[in-house]
Design a protein around this ligand. Structure first.
Ligand SMILES: O=C(O)CCC(=O)C(=O)O
Length: 292
């Protein structure tokens, strides 16, 4: 039987997301976490690049001292921090292992273990089950949701940041490397919201202007009651339609909630917007999923 069943496909189409248990074994999750611990141990982030990551539009526009570090991170492995983890001189005021919000955006290309997880037969099988002909990998992220300080991710649609014509060509593959619970900041979704278009786009600002990105359209406020919590077990994957509205809460618990996530796009008959912050580069064109 396929790892993704017909019922899973139906649920994904209806709700805009679906959970599949057992994409990775517990040991595979631990290996990915161990490798990330080594990467963090060795990280060397220039002072001017000590970037706090926020999904709040105003904050993204205003904290642009290090905007270059973000906008050129599509083909690199770079480090983005939680608020309040540096002192005035840019020195860590908490252990650096606990300081990160995420690492992105090219683990899938440069880190062999992450590359293997991204191109695994199960992931390729999911894409085939969904009928994708020429899927490519756009970006990847390791998200930490640190105990006590892991920030919220505000309600959004991924197509705001990863825009295609036509819409409906992008899917997030979100893999829990630890249990994601109500306490440590699991995902929440508005089922069916992928069918109502998008409300906002993040675009590159014209060359030579600052800030480097801008938003078109307004951030929408959603009815809190419509969100459904989606706690998942370590090793499970959540498939996220590019237009489904989702969010995650702050992590006020004592547990971390590590995740490896990447986005794929059906490239056949799809126009990747040149206005997107993320662009393929000479060093790293978007790699096809159906390779090792
Ligand atoms: O991991 C999270 O908390 C949020 C991730 C997310 O919203 C995304 O990858 O689009």
């Amino acid at each position: 039987m396929d790892f993704m069943t017909d019922r899973d496909v139906e649920k994904y189409m209806a709700d805009g997301y679906v959970v599949l248990d057992g994409l990775l074994t517990s040991q595979e999750c631990d290996e990915l976490r161990q490798r990330m611990a080594e990467i963090v141990e060795q990280m060397d982030v220039p002072e001017h690049c000590r970037t706090t990551f926020s999904t709040h539009p105003d904050e993204q526009l205003n904290k642009q001292g290090n905007a270059d570090y973000f906008i050129t991170s599509g083909d690199k492995i770079r480090f983005f921090f939680e608020e309040g983890v540096f002192d005035d001189k840019g020195e860590f005021i908490i252990p650096k292992q606990r300081s990160l919000n995420k690492v992105g955006h090219a683990l899938h290309a440069y880190e062999p273990l992450y590359k293997k997880a991204t191109h695994s037969p199960k992931v390729q099988g999911i894409a085939k089950k969904l009928g994708l002909l020429s899927p490519v990998i756009l970006q990847s992220m390791y998200i930490f949701k640190q105990p006590g300080i892991g920030g919220e991710v505000r309600p959004h649609q991924d197509a705001t940041f990863l825009y295609t014509e036509p819409l409906g060509r992008v899917m997030g593959v979100w893999i829990a490397l630890e249990d994601a619970t109500l306490n440590n900041g699991c995902l929440w979704f508005i089922p069916g919201s992928q069918n109502s278009g998008i409300t906002q786009r993040m675009v590159r600002a014209p060359e030579g202007t600052f800030p480097l990105t801008d938003f078109i359209g307004k951030e929408k406020t959603y009815d809190e009651q419509k969100f459904i919590a989606v706690p998942v077990k370590k090793g499970s994957v959540v498939l996220i339609h590019g237009q489904v509205v989702h969010r995650s809460a702050e992590n006020n618990s004592e547990d971390s909630r590590h995740v490896y996530t990447f986005h794929i796009m059906e490239s056949q008959d799809t126009r990747w917007s040149p206005d997107n912050w993320l662009q393929p580069t000479e060093e790293l064109p978007f790699p096809p999923l159906y390779t090792k």
